[in-house]
Design a protein around this ligand. Structure first.
Ligand code: HEC
Ligand code: HEC
Length: 405
């Protein structure tokens, strides 16, 4: 594989463990990784972006612009392609990688467009121009995922497992029409873990998601994901070849220390927010049944989060068509509402970024949240404004991370 030497590694060559160890978490987050054949195999063979920063701009999320002709330009949006049960495409795997190192064809490019639907809402459509392989497989579903702002991640990490368990009501015993459930992640040979990160609560710890991101989005290895071929499947021959000797004792790109450094940086992005009291309509419309204002933390305190971290059926309007783990296509984790995303330019809401503002995000709620949405729609214009302004205050309750070195 071709070596592209970047300035910071010029003296010793990329991948020198000692050199990369010296990078701070913030620097690793910003670093544009490259492919290499030295200590580790480096970026790729296939990947989405070469840095965390490309998708999580200064710790924020996807930046999405909808043009007047309906075309959507976005940085930080991924395409998942799976069967309904969550199994990946037999050729392309679970995620479309739109970039590749020299000599390997990328899988394809997702074109996004915005479709106006009823009530002035916008839905995002994706179509893929495959640039390698057999093209679309029958039965494969496609769904977009916007990179979330990393503004609630640190707080979510602090919530006690007992508090998440206490909020679950999978059988809807209290008969309020809302039945949140825990996303239990099965780990072969180990106790299942409680998922709390990502749109469908598919990761249990910040470190786990850092390792997932490195491997799925960038083709970089770690102890949790040591396979050098990254997300290329056994059917993708050029990709497998390019991943090199695939020697099982090949050093991983990111050892435990580097993963911890990145995770610490991610956790440093959020600070405990000071939040105002919600307006009466927040409780009356049952927003608080899912967006639980405070959650108990592991250290016995509590944190304003506005999420119960549980999965809810949000109706067909928000389906992903394919499931993930045990989360069904219509199930999503209640999104914490505190953060700094409300202050970010080109930030949009919901799992694929289809909602331009908070009003639209609420009007997409369905399934278990349908009664809540209808209660919102029934509010007077001024009460609606009061509620959406309150949510925007929550989403602007943290300082935006510094944009510089
Ligand atoms: C190609 C775009 C892309 C890149 C590159 C990327 N991410 Fe993400 N990130 C996403 C998307 C999309 C999600 C949501 C995934 C999901 O819901 O399954 C996400 C989710 C996360 C989350 C979960 C946040 C939460 O609170 O739920 C963390 C943490 C994270 N990424 C960290 C990182 C780090 C660290 C890197 C670099 C090693 C990185 N990401 C690289 C797109 C990206
Ligand atoms: C049944 C549980 C439930 C109820 C009730 C509920 N929500 Fe949500 N909310 C969710 C889930 C799950 C998501 C994530 C959906 C997605 O991204 O597809 C979400 C997403 C949101 C978002 C978008 C956040 C972002 O950053 O993308 C906002 C804003 C929001 N809810 C506000 C409200 C308000 C206000 C109410 C009350 C009128 C409410 N919700 C009622 C579960 C609920």
């Amino acid at each position: 594989m071709k070596i592209i030497v970047v300035a910071i590694f010029a003296a010793v060559g990329f991948g020198s463990a000692a050199e990369a160890q010296d990078l701070t978490g913030a620097q690793m987050f910003r670093q544009n990784w490259t492919s290499a054949e030295t200590a580790s195999d480096g970026l790729g063979p296939i990947f989405n972006e070469a840095s965390c920063h490309a998708c999580h701009w200064f710790g924020g999320g996807a930046r999405i612009r909808v043009r007047r002709d309906g075309e959507v330009a976005g940085a930080g949006v991924l395409l998942r392609h799976t069967f309904v049960d969550g199994k990946g495409d037999p050729h392309y795997g679970v995620q479309l990688q739109n970039k590749a190192v020299d000599g390997v064809e990328p899988e394809g490019v997702a074109d996004m467009s915005a479709l106006r639907v009823a009530d002035g809402l916008t839905r995002f459509l994706a179509s893929v121009r495959f640039t390698s392989g057999p093209g679309r497989t029958a039965g494969i579903t496609m769904s977009l995922r916007a990179a979330p702002a990393l503004d609630s991640t640190a707080l979510v990490a602090q919530v006690s497992a007992a508090a998440i368990v206490a909020g679950a009501d999978s059988q809807d015993k209290n008969k309020d029409g809302i039945s949140g459930r825990i996303h239990l992640l099965q780990v072969p040979g180990k106790k299942p873990k409680i998922g709390r990160f990502n749109w469908k609560a598919t990761a249990a710890r910040v470190e786990d998601q850092v390792a997932n991101a490195l491997w799925f989005d960038m083709g970089l290895t770690s102890p949790a994901h040591p396979a050098p071929q990254g997300e290329c499947t056994t059917r993708q021959h050029d990709c497998l070849e390019a991943s090199g000797s695939q020697s099982p004792d090949l050093a991983v790109d990111f050892d435990g220390n580097k993963i911890a450094g990145l995770a610490d940086h991610v956790r440093s992005l959020a600070v405990p927010p000071k939040v105002p009291e919600p307006p009466q309509s927040f409780a009356d419309a049952k927003c608080s049944a899912c967006h639980t204002p405070y959650m108990k933390t592991e250290d016995g305190g509590s944190v304003a989060l506005y999420s119960n971290l549980l999965l809810h059926n949000m109706g067909e309007g928000l389906t992903s068509y394919g499931g993930e783990g045990s989360a069904s296509p219509t199930e999503w984790r209640t999104t914490p509402l505190v953060g700094f995303r409300g202050k970010l330019p080109d930030h949009r809401y919901l799992h694929d970024g289809r909602a331009a503002n908070i009003d639209e995000a609420i009007r997409w709620h369905g399934g278990e949240a349908k009664t809540s949405r209808d209660a919102y729609i029934a509010l007077s214009a001024s009460e609606k404004l009061k509620l959406t302004s309150f949510v925007l205050t929550l989403m602007s309750s943290m300082p935006v991370p510094p944009q510089g070195d």
